[in-house]
Design a binder for this molecule. Structure first.
Ligand code: DGL
Length: 272
């Protein structure tokens, strides 16, 4: 049974969910955070649906066993299959896609671009949700990027790797931004906000929508309403679990600017 002092869980296939942790630490500094990144199996976005569902359930069970009071699915790809894997959870669950679609549907834009993993793109979940929620007639252009999340995962802070990220960004985004001239772009994979500075440099003036901010706001509203905000007076800490490399995750957490990292620990991956 969870209570005010229970942690908030945040999960992703890799370090992408760090973009969500950052916003939660900013908005809710007193909360205790538990992070799970499935570094052994990234990228999820190129896997078939059944496997994504199984791997997501594995992480959900981890969070359930630790009694989280809320769970942020900081992975758009898993958010696409949430109805198939979140049923057993006893806490409120927040979807990255729902947050991104909510934020996009409120915009005063006629043509919205979405970049995401191939799985999220193929699901058409963003165009469907944005068009269903927007009060205006809006065109949604979606682009699936097979390599971008994996490149971001392993390239932060490495000039050669970041050059490959920027080359890939141009390959995926040039047409949507320069030819189709979208009014804004939803970062429909949580890895992409981690390279938002590169995107801004390549496409100056293009408004970017990061679902992380909306997720943090929804979490705050939900905890407030349920009387579950942590009442402590000192800031909460963050513990990171990964099925990947502990040293790499510790480095990435520092590079992204995460605060109060109490530890980075290895957790055995689901066997495929
Ligand atoms: N960060 C994940 C997302 O938001 C995807 C990365 C991956 O393909 O594993 O979709």
């Amino acid at each position: 049974m969870s209570d005010q002092h229970s942690p908030v869980g945040i999960l992703d296939s890799g370090i992408g969910g760090f973009s969500v942790v950052k916003q939660v630490q900013k908005l809710l500094p007193k909360e205790e955070l538990l992070y799970f990144g499935d570094g052994a199996h990234i990228p999820y976005g190129n896997h078939p649906q059944e496997l994504i569902v199984d791997m997501a359930r594995y992480m959900f069970r981890f969070m359930e066993a630790r009694g989280v009071k809320a769970l942020l699915v900081a992975c758009n790809t898993i958010s696409c299959v949430l109805d198939r894997c979140a049923g057993a959870l006893s806490c409120p669950v927040f979807s990255a896609v729902q947050a991104g679609a909510d934020a996009a549907a409120r915009l005063d834009a006629d043509k919205i671009g979405v970049i995401s993993t191939v799985f999220t793109h193929n699901s058409r979940i963003y165009p469907k949700k944005i068009q269903a929620q927007s009060p205006r007639k809006v065109v949604v252009l979606s682009c699936g990027c097979p390599d971008l999340a994996g490149l971001v995962e392993h390239s932060l802070g490495d000039p050669a790797g970041m050059a490959r990220v920027e080359e890939n960004l141009r390959l995926e985004l040039d047409h949507m931004v320069l030819e189709d001239r979208v009014d804004c772009c939803v970062l429909g994979c949580t890895h992409y906000p981690l390279v938002a500075d590169s995107i801004r440099r390549l496409y100056p003036g293009l408004p970017l929508i990061d679902p992380a901010e909306e997720m943090a706001r929804s979490l705050k509203a939900c905890l407030e309403e349920a009387g579950l905000l942590n009442p402590r007076t000192v800031p909460g800490s963050l513990t990171v679990y990964t099925t990947g490399g502990v040293a790499e995750y510790a480095l990435r957490a520092r590079q992204v600017g995460l605060e109060r990292v109490a530890g980075v620990e290895f957790y055995p991956p689901m066997e495929l």
